[in-house]
Design a protein around this ligand. Structure first.
Ligand SMILES: Cc1cc2nc3c(=O)[nH]c(=O)nc-3n(C[C@H](O)[C@H](O)[C@H](O)COP(=O)(O)OP(=O)(O)OC[C@H]3O[C@@H](n4cnc5c(N)ncnc54)[C@H](O)[C@@H]3O)c2cc1C
Length: 442
């Protein structure tokens, strides 16, 4: 550990959740505001929340990683209006549990309960039904942001409105978020969760559209040849009945998961896992607590460990409705031709408006997970998927897909250059940067 100008920097290696990105980093872990401010204004930096982005969004070599995990307090709660002010390092699972304990709900939460509020803003995450609830930006009232040259700034929809908007899917570029005020909604007693079997990804779209108003709505699908797209759409309706809390809730998914020595997701492993999913989440109905419905991945520790040390890639694309059926048909043909290993496909319905680099718009989002993405056959298929998605008007989720390169991102995000310019206007010296921003030239 080295000491520089009154604060400590640890030299450590950081690795992304999908294990694709790794860097030797200088990490500052401040536990008081004056230590955040103490970093000299000209130092290259990036803010880190909980570090549970799939890829290296919160670190890079040759810059200081400001790890905000110590800033995790819930600061103020207006129980009349459902307004909750938190420090940006507060974990979303803790926020959801606090809100539920007071009869309130944060409608948008990503699948990993450790994700921080700052990370959810900077990635503009989506939750269990983006078509109904939008993305994280819809539930944030105000932000307190630290700019290395100007100091602390108050941002909301009427003060510093452009910078406020830029924080969402800003990937840390507009500055360090110290605090945020979230707007909650009244919580139902629980959810009545149903699963409907679908024979393919086109049928999945029909079922998703038919349940667009449900508070929970997503699908899980098989990616194998001959069974491609088969799976279930799960939708949750608000339950008026009080739900008995199960005696044991699954512990939160850890921020880092030790990989198994070998990759378990070969063809027989994938077959077994799909059978298990079919058995556990097959057609039927269950009354569940909101917490367990919001974080089903708490049960998925073995799934992520099973990718082994080589990790995985999650490519997530939002396909407009018009090109969706043709895209799915072409993708299925390509799967039959190249026979890639796909461990799982997830589907969601979107009905928003794309802003900046946010993953939003109108259509169906498919998240496709690939074990051993660096082997030649897997990499070739991921490249074909990227081309097919772009050909059909797909929009990539920049903060998920570590295989994505600048050219594809530029083709997938209309006005990429303008979005980048608007973001960098708040960081003209390019002080903020991560492996993600460097790879995509943001
Ligand atoms: C298992 C799993 C499930 C997931 N499910 C979903 C999902 O359902 N929906 C979805 O949209 N995403 C999902 N994600 C992605 C994840 O929610 C986002 O990448 C989120 O940003 C992670 O939060 P974090 O605190 O770990 O951020 P980090 O990984 O630490 O950082 C992410 C970005 O936020 C910036 N940042 C973090 N904190 C601050 C701050 N205080 N001020 C300024 N910038 C900051 C970083 O610089 C970086 O650019 C999932 C990820 C995993 C691993």
């Amino acid at each position: 550990m080295s000491m520089r100008r009154g604060f400590a920097l640890a030299e450590t290696e950081l690795r992304s959740f999908d294990r694709s990105d790794t860097a030797h980093c200088h990490v500052q872990k401040p536990d008081r505001y004056r230590l955040i401010e103490a970093l000299p204004a000209d130092v290259q930096r990036i803010t880190r929340g909980s570090g549970v982005s799939y890829l290296g969004a919160s670190f890079a070599d040759n810059c200081v990683v400001q790890d905000l995990s110590a800033f995790d307090r819930l600061l103020a709660f207006d129980a009349e209006r459902g307004l909750l002010t938190v420090e940006a390092g507060a974990r979303i699972g803790d926020v959801v549990r606090f809100a539920l304990g007071h009869g309130w709900l944060l409608p948008v939460a990503p699948g990993h309960p450790a994700a921080s509020v700052g990370g959810c803003i900077a990635a503009d995450v989506h939750g269990k039904n983006p078509a109904r609830d939008g993305t994280f930006r819809a539930h944030v009232e105000a932000i307190e942001l630290f700019d290395p040259t100007s100091g602390w700034l108050q941002l909301d929809r009427s003060h510093n409105a452009e910078r406020f908007a830029a924080c969402f899917a800003g990937f840390g570029i507009p500055g360090l978020i110290g605090k945020a005020t979230l707007r909650l909604v009244q919580a139902p007693a629980g959810y009545s969760l149903r699963s409907v079997a679908v024979g393919g990804l086109c049928e999945a779209r029909e079922v998703l559209l038919a349940h667009a108003g449900a508070p929970l709505l997503y699908g899980w699908h098989d990616g194998r040849v001959g069974r491609f797209g088969r799976g279930v759409i799960r939708f949750g309706l608000e339950s008026k009945e009080p739900i008995t809390r199960p005696p044991r809730l699954a512990a939160d998914l850890p921020a880092t998961i030790k990989p198994w020595p070998l990759c378990a997701w070969n063809s027989s492993g994938i077959a077994a896992m799909n059978r298990l999913i079919g058995h556990r989440y097959g057609p039927g109905q269950a009354h569940v607590t909101i917490e367990s419905a919001m974080f089903p991945l708490n049960d998925a520790r073995a799934y992520y460990a099973g990718f082994g040390a080589e990790g995985f890639v999650e490519a997530q694309w939002l396909l407009p409705h018009a090109g969706y059926a043709e895209f799915v048909g072409s993708l299925e043909c390509e799967v039959a031709r190249q026979r890639p290993r796909i461990s799982l496909i997830a589907s969601k319905l979107f009905d928003g408006t794309a802003q900046g680099f946010s993953f939003d718009g109108k259509g169906i989002a498919l998240a496709i997970q690939f074990p051993q993405p660096k082997t030649r056959a897997q990499a070739a298929f991921i490249a074909s998927l990227t081309e097919l998605a772009l050909l059909h008007g797909g929009r990539p989720n920049l903060i998920k897909d570590s295989s994505l390169q600048t050219d594809a991102a530029q083709r997938g995000i209309p006005d990429f250059a303008g979005c980048r310019e608007r973001l960098r206007a708040f960081d003209p010296q390019h002080l903020q940067g991560s492996m993600l921003t460097r790879r995509l030239g943001l």
